[in-house]
Design a protein around this ligand. Structure first.
Ligand code: AMP
Ligand code: MG
Length: 357
């Protein structure tokens, strides 16, 4: 299949530029499009064949449900069997934006879209291109992240081309995703709202609106040996992994740098290149290996925005092992570390109990 690539300038575009993408969605095609979190791979959420094509293109396990993207809060009543008052309060506070809610699904939503579940995940993206595309298509758009299953999510059209070129109808290139991490997922079907996936909207913000909110235990897991099954089916899979093994090194900043530098020297002596995931503040201190700067520690959002792109960058370099600094101590830390720990298969090298970075 030939994948058509359409460039759209987010800052200034007209509806007609999205007409053919919207038409593809309407007739059962697959269109990758930018959102403020990551790029999504969209198909008509009410069309079982389109849903099946999404799973096939990504190589996604069929029990991993898709998030349904909407352009208007009114869609809630059509997609959900019942809409709790909390959902309207969250919508008011955070939509359009990087928050996904899990509700009981209505009969209209096929199980092909929800991975066989009786619940449905719903999000209203803020990105102007995503929003216009959904509105113009006239359908609800089921869209998982537009990456091949298991690889880091896509935050640029180039990443989508790497993973899905030739497998989908169209890719809309709208530039880099602003946030760079997938949406926060909150499950409203139980007694207490549960965060199934941490994201840009954090637990404190949700608690302000909801009163009580808890984390699904699996979200805070720090080791592969903790045998906790995630409530979001997709969160149990190995994910985000670069090709080379990745280790997160934790300890005081200077010790982390010393450790990684020593490993790079050892590896070089054996003819192996070491990849290093560093920050603006620390990158100059690495004396060997191949250093990639993910963002600025002083600006946590820049680290979130750069994470998947940096993880992907290592794959083109031929590094045989990657060491990453840790990012627990910043406002977005829970979400960043959740992704990084998965990418590392929960491999942490703990240098000292006293954590610094
Ligand atoms: P992605 O769109 O690739 O970011 O993946 C969607 C995420 O949402 C996966 O982790 C899914 O398991 C999760 N998800 C989607 N629908 C549901 C649902 N009904 N219940 C729980 N988790 C869900
Ligand atoms: Mg995904």
């Amino acid at each position: 299949m030939k994948t058509e690539i359409v460039k759209i300038n987010r800052a200034q575009f007209e509806d007609f530029e999205l007409f053919s993408a919207a038409e593809r969605l309407r007739v059962g095609g697959l269109v990758a499009f930018p959102t403020e979190t990551v790029y999504g791979l969209g198909g008509n959420a009410f069309d079982e064949t389109a849903a099946a094509r999404i799973y096939a293109a990504k190589g996604r396990p069929s029990d991993n449900p898709l998030i349904v993207h909407i352009a208007d809060t009114e869609a809630l009543t059509e997609l959900a069997a019942e809409v709790p008052e909390a959902a309207y309060r969250l919508a008011e506070a955070f939509w359009p934006g990087p928050l996904t809610m899990i509700l009981k699904k209505s009969d209209k939503v096929p199980k092909a879209t929800t991975g066989g579940l009786n619940t449905v995940a719903i999000r209203m993206p803020a990105d102007e291109i995503a929003s216009a595309l959904i509105r113009l298509s006239g359908v609800y758009v089921a869209a998982p992240s537009a990456n091949a299953s298991g690889r880091p999510s896509t935050t640029k059209a180039e990443h989508v081309i790497e993973d899905l070129d030739g497998k989908i109808d169209m890719i809309i290139d709208g530039g880099a995703s602003e946030i760079g991490l997938e949406s926060t997922i909150v499950d409203l079907t139980g007694e207490v709202p549960l965060i199934l996936r941490p994201g840009y909207i954090n637990a404190e913000q949700l608690a302000e609106v909801l009163g009580e909110v808890r984390f699904d235990e699996a979200v805070l897991k720090r080791s592969a040996s903790e045998n906790i099954v995630a409530k979001a089916p997709g969160m149990k899979y190995r994910h985000y992994a670069p090709k080379a093994p990745l280790y997160i090194v934790e300890g005081k900043s200077d010790e982390v740098i010393r450790y990684i530098n020593a490993e790079a020297v050892k590896n070089a002596a054996e003819g192996r290149i070491t990849g290093i995931l560093a920050t603006e503040e620390t990158k100059k201190n690495y004396t060997g290996g191949m250093v990639f700067c993910v963002g600025e520690r002083a600006n946590a959002a820049s680290i979130a925005a750069g994470l998947f792109d940096t993880l992907r960058s290592f794959d083109e370099t031929g590094v045989s092992v990657i060491y990453s600094e840790s990012f627990a101590d910043n406002p977005l830390g829970t979400a960043i570390m959740n992704r990084l720990l998965k990418a590392a298969g929960y491999h942490i090298i703990q240098l000292k109990q006293d954590e610094d970075i």
